[in-house]
Design a binder for this molecule. Structure first.
Ligand code: FMN
Length: 275
């Protein structure tokens, strides 16, 4: 049920919702107000562009009241601030030994979940280890399994570095895989949606930037991804990642024990401009 509703006293019949609908299913009803014919309802991708574009807040869909949306006009961050965030974001590998405030964590996850997804599938699932004890337990188990594999020569040559990381852990309790981060986030999505991998990577990118804007450090964690997704797939089940999901990527996060004073400097972008 789309629950497409027009507040007629507020609607100016400007046609913006009609023109902006990506599926072009909003037409003009008998009363000259916007309407979605019943037979076209299944083509709605639930993007809410109609609710978002309406200048007077006259459109409601999926039960959402436009008055509950955040106003956008004049509210975007200053481009220089955003540039500083993008250039100032760092991979954080030193963390404080404490959990992130659960409400803040929930808020960042909810905001990141606004990231775009192919055909508006919105099926990305965040698996979160929300307590540092849980990450420590997982880390201990992963290290033990990697040690076993290393001793049995079961780690593929292309991933031989895992044997070294496990030895470092054994010898000095220095964690080169999870980096002692108090939290771990894994994004996964059903293999059947249009763009599972891309949806996960975009959601994690949004999570990372919004987390860092909130003072939370993040680290794209390829080592955890490879360890769990490729070497030790049983952990996917243990973590409750559905069988039919593609493992998108892993991201460590937590309160940083490091402050970066300035941005790094990169060469100009590699750009190809054909003809
Ligand atoms: C897809 C991806 C996977 C990564 N995996 C790891 C990892 O497993 N461990 C790690 O310490 N850093 C990892 N990184 C961080 C990169 O090393 C880091 O982004 C790069 O050195 C640039 O540093 P910066 O992020 O601070 O700008 C990863 C980054 C990306 C984008």
């Amino acid at each position: 049920m789309l629950q497409f509703k027009v507040h007629k006293a507020a609607c100016t019949r400007c046609g913006e919702c009609v023109f902006d609908c990506p599926s072009r299913i909003i037409g003009v009803g008998e009363d000259a107000f916007p309407a979605i014919p019943a037979e076209k309802a299944t083509s709605c991708i639930r993007c809410e562009h109609c609710l978002s574009v309406c200048p007077t807040g006259a459109i409601s869909i999926l039960g959402y009241d436009p008055a509950d949306s955040m106003p956008v006009e004049g509210k975007y961050p200053d481009p220089v601030e955003l540039e500083t965030l993008i250039k100032g974001r760092r991979s954080v590998r030193r963390y404080r030994e404490e959990n992130v405030d659960p409400e803040l964590m929930q808020h960042i996850l909810d905001v990141a979940w606004h990231a775009p997804t192919g055909v508006n599938a919105r099926q990305v699932t965040f698996t979160v280890l929300d307590d540092r004890e849980k990450v420590a337990r997982l880390r201990d188990e992963v290290m033990a399994e990697l040690l076993r594999m290393s001793q049995e020569n079961a780690i593929p040559k292309s991933m031989a570095y895992f044997s070294r990381f496990v030895r470092v852990w054994e010898r000095s309790q220095v964690d080169l895989i999870f980096r002692n981060a108090p939290h771990l986030l894994i994004a996964s999505a059903p293999k059947g949606v249009a763009c599972p991998k891309e949806d996960c990577m975009i959601a994690l990118s949004y999570f990372e930037l919004f987390a860092q804007a909130n003072g939370i450090g993040t680290l794209w964690n390829g080592l955890v991804k490879w360890a769990i997704d490729e070497l030790l797939p049983d952990f996917k089940t243990r973590l409750g990642i559905p069988e039919e999901h593609q493992f998108g990527y892993a991201m460590s996060f937590g309160l940083p024990a490091v402050r970066y004073a300035r941005t790094v400097q990169h060469t100009p972008a590699l750009i190809n401009r054909p003809l």
